[in-house]
Write a protein of this length. Structure first.
Length: 126
């Protein structure tokens, strides 16, 4: 006789909360101007990071690929595609500094604002 149970293990509330961890949220209004959910997610995280930086850093902050992945759940390839889209749109600037080199980022709020205004104007004109 087989003594192995075929029923699924019971999920208790504490285990469920541990599994769910923290939610990842983003600004939905950024999707149409970035053209991508992943780019909107990365830009939302960048905006949050930019608001927490030391003013002496001239609006630049650095994050590793692992940090972006931990915060957003995006893979390396998703991050690279999102970063490319954001650079091309002028929403995010990048530079490499230091030894070993680290990637630094700066959000371009004026460019984002203009894109959002353009999107709103186009919606009103319809």
């Amino acid at each position: 006789m087989n003594t192995l149970s075929t029923t699924a293990p019971r999920l208790n509330p504490e285990l469920l909360l541990q599994m769910l961890d923290l939610p990842v949220s983003f600004h939905r209004c950024l999707v149409p101007i970035t053209g991508s959910v992943t780019a909107a997610l990365l830009l939302s995280q960048a905006i949050c990071a930019a608001q927490e930086i030391d003013p002496q850093l001239n609006e630049w902050f650095n994050k590793s690929q692992d940090e972006w992945g931990e915060e957003t759940g995006l893979s390396r390839w998703e991050q690279e595609t999102a970063r490319r889209l954001l650079r091309e749109a002028g929403f995010l600037q990048e530079r490499r500094l230091g030894m070993p080199a680290k990637l630094w980022y700066r959000v371009c709020p004026e460019r984002i604002w203009r894109a959002l205004q353009g999107r709103a104007s186009a919606a009103v004109a319809r």
